[in-house]
Design a protein around this ligand. Sequence first.
Ligand SMILES: NC(=O)c1ccc[n+]([C@@H]2O[C@H](COP(=O)([O-])OP(=O)(O)OC[C@H]3O[C@@H](n4cnc5c(N)ncnc54)[C@H](OP(=O)(O)O)[C@@H]3O)[C@@H](O)[C@H]2O)c1
Length: 297
Amino acid sequence: MSSPVDTVHILGAGSIGLMLAAHLSRVVPVTLIRRPGMTTPELRFRFREGNNETIVTLPQQTTETLDAAIERVIVCTKAQDALAAVESVADYLTEGSGLLLMQNGMGSQEAIVDRFPGLSIHAASSTEGAYREPPDTVVHAGRGITRIGGLTGKAFDWTALFQTAGLDAEQVEQIEWHLGNKLRINCLINPLTVLYDCRNGELLAIPAALEQMRRLGTEADAVLAAAGFTFSEPAFDVARQVARATANNRSSMLQDASAGRALELDYMTGYLLALAERCGVSAEEHRAVYQQITKQV
Ligand SMILES: NC(=O)c1ccc[n+]([C@@H]2O[C@H](COP(=O)([O-])OP(=O)(O)OC[C@H]3O[C@@H](n4cnc5c(N)ncnc54)[C@H](OP(=O)(O)O)[C@@H]3O)[C@@H](O)[C@H]2O)c1
């Protein structure tokens, strides 16, 4: 098996996958990997950022049509789909293959490292914002920064690739710390937007939600401290800043809940609960939120 040296595969052609594909394809050949059954050899979509709209056309393949080793792949599925998606292309991964995992939350990265210990695996924690507008538009709604760090295997310079494509990216030593930092904020905002059915900023104006956010923050910080993570600011303070800065956003969890799609809850609140249990720390407020949401959706 051989592969064009610089091709980057994108596994999961959703919001973040197509946003990255649109930018990276300006500097490197990009091929999308779709679910089996997809028949067209190319995907054409509108890509909008601010007032700028372009048409992007990219080759796409499935596990049925792949015929060469994958050198570099960016995994852009939701957390609950990530391991199965990587397993679906396992026949095309070799010792030299490099994976970059874009998932929010924690747990999916560990599962992939456990299953594929011989690969070069990096994880990202990104504050980029992208969404899809039916029928065929991908919107890069907000510029952010993508922090990238190695989990296992040899180093791969993903950061340089992102930067060459004009994306803000930073190589970090402890990506687990960044994932943990984002996890605690996600656990304070996303589930509450589902329970209160509101935009991020509206949480700040609902006294009961704000109080609950404070209690969730205290618990999240205690759990993460017991697991060895230290942060300079309490989760509650950071979550309030984030909710204010993204006041008009409907969180991805709220969007998924409204559309009847699976939630990333097990990789956010669920992961925190598992960590709490492992560390012997109480997380009753998070448990109540988890149970309420799983009953509701
Ligand atoms: N969107 C953002 O702004 C953003 C920012 C930072 C981080 N993230 C994180 O990035 C991840 C992806 O988010 P997203 O918003 O891009 O989700 P999304 O729009 O739902 O995209 C996920 C894509 O993965 C595809 N997929 C799932 N299983 C697959 C498989 N086995 N083979 C091929 N494709 C598969 C899905 O296809 P189907 O449609 O066929 O299911 C879907 O197109 C999440 O963990 C999210 O938290 C997102």
